[in-house]
Ligand binder design. Structure first.
Ligand SMILES: NC(=O)c1ccc[n+]([C@@H]2O[C@H](COP(=O)([O-])OP(=O)(O)OC[C@H]3O[C@@H](n4cnc5c(N)ncnc54)[C@H](OP(=O)(O)O)[C@@H]3O)[C@@H](O)[C@H]2O)c1
Length: 206
């Protein structure tokens, strides 16, 4: 399976790409700059291309640009993405005096991507910190995934299962993305309070 990581030159995209390559996936790093894509690709064992070229022929497109650039990037890539399933990992945060809070939009970034593209959008992996993706086994964390399209969600759950030592958990419809994106703010506040690198593990699942 061929996975395009748009914005894959960043800390999360490159760490995810490395794990995916190690798990046996064919990965292409996308960037606004072809040279930067090739350099990061060489570092992680993947190809490199412009964001649009990376999307062509991919079985899954991961949008891993910095969160604030997600929707504008998707707008530029609508035709290159076509009907290919999209994985949204973005969580938009506001940094204030009381801590980190989710932004106030009524719908998730993932839902707003779904309004733009023809293929199914899946949201997930938000609680996996880039720095926890290193190491041989992957983090001892669960990966939370949601989406409305069963085939696309299954594809992402299988991928998630292979990059973590924890479990890939189906969290229901795409409407759950608002909560998954908001959870990032909780984790950032926990990390700050306890000087930690927290992840998520759900209990009570057989
Ligand atoms: N960092 C984490 O631990 C973590 C964990 C889970 C989820 N996430 C999510 O993963 C995504 C990436 O996070 P990150 O920390 O890796 O971000 P980042 O390093 O700040 O940025 C990732 C890439 O975005 C591209 N980019 C920057 N500005 C852009 C713009 N104006 N338009 C288009 N592309 C632009 C850049 O690629 P080029 O310059 O090469 O085009 C950059 O390398 C975010 O949505 C974040 O919420 C992050």
């Amino acid at each position: 399976m061929r996975i395009a990581v748009v914005g894959g030159t960043g800390s999360f995209g490159s760490a995810l790409a490395k794990r995916l390559v190690d798990a046996g996936y064919e990965v292409v790093i996308g960037s606004r700059d072809e040279t930067r894509a090739a350099e990061t690709g060489a570092e992680v064992g993947a190809e490199g291309a412009t964001n649009a070229d990376a999307c062509e022929g991919a079985d899954l497109v991961v949008i891993a640009t910095k969160a604030e650039a997600t929707l504008a990037t998707v707008d530029e890539l609508v035709s290159a993405i076509g009907e290919t399933p999209v994985l949204s990992v973005a969580a938009e945060l506001q940094f204030g005096p009381t801590g980190v809070v989710p932004t106030v939009e009524a719908t998730s970034i993932a839902s707003r991507i779904q309004e733009r593209v023809r293929g199914p959008v899946i949201a997930g992996l938000h609680s996996l910190a880039a720095r926890n993706l290193g190491g041989d086994e992957g983090p001892e964390e669960d990966v939370l995934v949601c989406g409305d399209d069963l085939a696309a969600k299954t594809l992402v759950l299988e991928l998630a299962e292979r990059i973590t030592a924890g479990r890939a958990i189906d969290c229901g419809p795409l409407a759950s993305a608002r909560a998954l994106e908001g959870l990032t703010a909780v984790i950032v506040n926990v990390n700050k309070r306890y000087k930690a690198h927290a992840g998520v593990r759900l209990s009570g699942i057989p």
